[in-house]
Design a protein around this ligand. Structure first.
Ligand code: G4P
Length: 191
């Protein structure tokens, strides 16, 4: 998606070969016009899909997915990250691990919002793919189906991209990165 790629080129900062700083527009300061455009793009991609709701994982996926939800006229369910187990009659939970932050947590959602549904997951980044894989487990646990995954920025050279493709997920990515070079602050796109 050209608008997102242009923004990444203009404002993205390469921190390391696996970390791109997008804090000026996506995950700290947020550019609402860009978020609106990303959401509209997701809504267009999924307009003929049979699904009940979008899901995202707090926090940074919320902004683009809220606009996708608005344009698709479907609800958005925010999966929370909790550090402890909760009442299992009310909540579905799935253990997950953040490689970036090196800690374990539970993806957590109220059963009433997710049971027996077809959902599309939207997230800001695809890196190792643990969020997507564990969301799928959580969704299956709730007797629901993950019909597609929409990602704003994928670092295609990390494990997540390959894994989700090999596992046959329906994957749509708005900006696909081929490499990041911290020495030259260069960002290469796959296409
Ligand atoms: P994985 O799902 O792909 O396995 O990734 P992992 O758990 O290791 O980490 C996911 C977190 O790391 C997410 O944020 C994601 O936004 C962030 N992340 C991954 N790659 C990059 C990157 O290149 N740049 C930046 N800025 N962030 C990246 P989170 O911890 O879930 O926090 P939140 O911002 O959504 O609250």
């Amino acid at each position: 998606m050209k608008l997102l790629k242009d923004k990444i080129i203009e404002e993205g900062k390469v921190i390391s070969d696996t970390k791109l700083d997008v804090s000026s527009f996506l995950n700290h300061q947020v550019d609402p016009e860009l978020m609106k455009a990303l959401g509209e793009d997701f809504a267009e991609v999924y307009k003929d899909y049979d699904f009940d709701a979008f899901v995202t994982v707090e926090t940074s996926g919320i902004a683009p997915s809220l606009f996708a939800s608005l344009y698709s006229e479907k609800p958005l369910v925010i999966i929370k990250k909790e550090d402890h187990l909760k009442d299992e009659s009310v909540y579905s939970q799935q253990e997950s691990y953040s490689f970036t932050k090196d800690h374990e947590y539970y993806l957590t959602v109220k059963k009433e919002f997710i049971e027996n549904k077809k959902v599309i997951l939207i997230d800001d980044f695809l890196a190792k793919g643990s969020v997507a894989v564990n969301c799928d487990k959580l969704i299956k646990q709730a007797n629901s189906e993950l019909v597609a995954i929409g990602i704003c920025i994928s670092k295609n050279y990390q494990e997540g991209y390959k894994k989700l493709r090999e596992d046959g997920y329906d994957l749509y990515i708005q900006a696909e990165l081929e490499s990041l070079d911290p020495e030259t602050n260069s960002i290469k796109f796959s296409k």
